[in-house]
Design a protein around this ligand. Structure first.
Ligand code: GAL
Length: 427
């Protein structure tokens, strides 16, 4: 199991200041020169941060880019659909057609390894030296971006996947103390029953990927960190009784959810908690940006806690940006990577996005109370890789698990078949 510390060091801060000092004076471009290549001044940035608080986060990064590289033009290539549910397929089509964007979002871990193995990414190790990034990211995160000694992307942030968001007013109406965190999934189910008895949706969820996000957190809760990690390294048997118990819990949790779920994406499911039409939502901590953007305060307006039973685990995922082979404007993409890796870029982006900086030299005091709790959890808890967000398994495995999950939650398979299909998906 990986342990990643978040420790600011004087050396790292010094490097950060040096690396960022180029800023708006046109410096810091290395020998390439912004927009000096054949690609002109446009830089197409491909993400799935197309709307709402995710777009706000991207715009915060875009603003720093405009400041640091005023001679370049940010072109928003975002494709809507949470977790890249539509973007990743479209990206693959473009990459295979030899029509890559200048840079694209990819998750650290197995997902990134897919692109590397397909020969779709340039080695950006030299940029780490040029921009002084080598020592400012946790080594274990860099390891997830590295294959055979070469680094293939620059991380922008770290998110946590195993968080419950709840509406305290709704909980109180059901006789539940919002400050009391259920000890495990069974205790939580008792609370869900109490909410359901009041006629409010107990647990909101959305389309398939959010159901997979819920599934991974139940597996974390029921199997523990070692057991969960074992699902991905072969040490835990997918056919085991422990996995059956977790799947039964997942089935029960899904029975408390809104029936229109398959037509929704995460913002609508989280909005139900904000609006008080649902008590709980399990979502990665990009959700906190939705609460904050609407002025809903932690404590009075929402409460958050790790999925019951998964306390002490940090469901890890990180977004990163790449330099695709054949990018039309590699110099422009390089400038974008400089902004993504810069302290200023990471602070502005993560303040808006709800995630925590990947850089270890950011000051926790610049972030919200929730984010400070995430920084602490990241420093102290067991880091376990997210399935739904590319850290744990290759894209093909995630796709197979998603198909099996969708089939199960729409009534197309029973639990035994579901478990067999999950085992077959991981192989
Ligand atoms: C994740 C991504 C996050 C957030 C989320 C919802 O895969 O890493 O940054 O955007 O999807 O769309």
């Amino acid at each position: 199991m990986r342990r990643i510390g978040v420790v600011a060091t004087a050396a790292a801060i010094g490097l950060a200041l040096t690396a960022c000092s180029g800023g708006g004076d046109g410096g810091g471009d290395g020998d390439g020169g912004d927009g000096g290549g054949d690609g002109g001044t446009d830089v197409e940035v491909f993400t799935w941060w197309a709307a709402g608080s995710e777009l706000t986060g991207l715009e915060a990064l875009e603003a720093v880019f405009a400041e640091q590289h005023p001679d370049l033009t940010f072109v928003n290539g975002a494709v809507a659909g949470g977790a890249g549910s539509a973007a990743k397929d479209l990206l693959q089509t473009r990459l295979q057609a030899g029509d890559p964007p200048d840079t694209f979002q990819a998750h650290a871990g197995a997902e990134l390894t897919d692109y590397i193995a397909a020969g779709q990414l340039e080695d950006v190790s030299d940029l780490y030296t040029e921009f002084g990034l080598t020592d400012v990211f946790p080594q274990d995160l860099i390891d997830l971006l590295t294959v055979d000694g070469s680094i293939y992307s620059v991380p922008s942030n770290i998110h946590r996947s195993n968080v419950v968001w709840a509406n305290p007013t709704v909980l109180e109406s059901a006789g539940i103390d919002p400050t009391a965190v259920p000890a495990d999934i069974d205790a939580w189910i008792a609370d869900l029953e109490a909410v359901q008895a009041t006629g409010v949706t107990a647990l909101s969820v959305a389309t398939t990927w959010t159901q997979v996000n819920l599934l991974e957190t139940v597996l974390m809760a029921d199997l523990g960190a070692d057991g969960y990690v074992g699902l991905w390294n072969g040490d835990t048997d997918w056919a085991s009784a422990d996995v059956t118990t977790a799947l039964e819990h997942f089935e029960t949790l899904m029975s408390f959810t809104n029936t229109d779920r398959d037509g929704l994406d995460w913002p609508e499911a989280t909005q139900m908690v904000i609006d008080g039409t649902a008590a709980y939502n399990v979502m990665g901590d990009w959700a906190v940006a939705a609460f904050e953007e609407q002025g809903v305060e932690r404590g009075a307006g929402f409460v958050d806690f790790p999925v019951p039973g998964s306390e002490g685990q940090f469901g890890f995922l990180a977004d990163s940006f790449t330099l695709p082979v054949g990018a039309p404007n590699p110099d422009g993409a390089t400038a974008w990577l400089e902004t993504v890796g810069s302290l200023e870029g990471q602070v502005a982006f993560n303040q808006a996005k709800g995630s925590i900086p990947a850089r270890t030299d950011a000051d926790p005091a610049d972030f919200s109370e929730y984010q400070q709790s995430a920084i602490e959890s990241y420093a102290n808890d067991a880091i376990v890789p997210s399935l739904a967000h590319g850290a744990a398994a290759p894209i093909a495995v995630l796709n197979a698990i998603s198909d099996a999950t969708s089939k199960f939650t729409t009534g197309g398979s029973d639990l035994a078949t579901y478990q067999e299909e999950l085992a077959a998906a991981v192989g």
